[in-house]
Design a protein around this ligand. Structure first.
Ligand code: CMX
Ligand code: CO
Length: 141
């Protein structure tokens, strides 16, 4: 069902500092910067690899408000790995399959994610404590 690891989401307090750190120390480059107000995040996608089936990234996430998923996570755990995003070919089909196994879906229906992807989250309490995102990448232009 999963085609690759699309990204690892990392909670950070200061997006600009984190971007500079990944550029300087790991040689990664920003490929997209976005803000998603409904998610309460400012984010930067740092490219790790390019591939025909879709790239792989580190997604740096700074909360835009305290009462958001990343804001609450930071208050509780501090900076660090927040979620894993797996690539899927068809996010609706993957949701139906996984939901059918009784795993709680945070998103019953896919919604818009970074870089035009269609995404959905699974609840960490049903996935061994790992917040999990399904990512159907936008069709290539
Ligand atoms: N990883 C693992 N566990 C997590 C977690 C995470 N990232 N976030 C919350 N939890 C756990 C908490 O530790 C807590 O556990 P306990 O009950 O054992 O203490 C429990 O889940 C509830 O935590 P909460 O802070 O009260 O959070 P909510 O119930 O309000 O929300 C969740 C949890 C998963 C529904 C919410 O974080 C969510 O909707 N996440 C998906 C959206 C998201 O993360 N957006 C930002 C990224 C956007 C992107 O990638 O594009
Ligand atoms: Co993500």
């Amino acid at each position: 069902m999963f085609t690759r690891i699309d990204h690892v989401g990392v909670a950070v307090r200061d997006l600009e500092k984190a971007v500079a750190w990944y550029e300087t120390n790991f040689g990664l480059s920003v490929v997209a910067r976005e803000s998603h107000e409904e998610q309460g995040v400012h984010e930067a996608m740092m490219q790790v690899a390019q591939a025909p089936a879709g790239g792989s990234y580190v997604q740096l996430l700074q909360p835009s408000r305290e009462d958001s998923p990343v804001g609450k996570f930071l208050a509780r755990n501090g900076e660090g790995v927040h979620h894993i995003g797996y690539g899927v070919v068809d996010v609706e089909a993957a949701l139906a399959d996984i939901g059918g196994k009784g795993i709680r879906l945070v998103d019953a229906r896919p919604r818009h994610g970074s870089m035009g992807a269609s995404i959905a989250f699974l609840h960490p309490k049903d996935t061994g404590g790992v917040l999990t995102e399904l990512v159907e990448a936008a069709p290539r232009a």
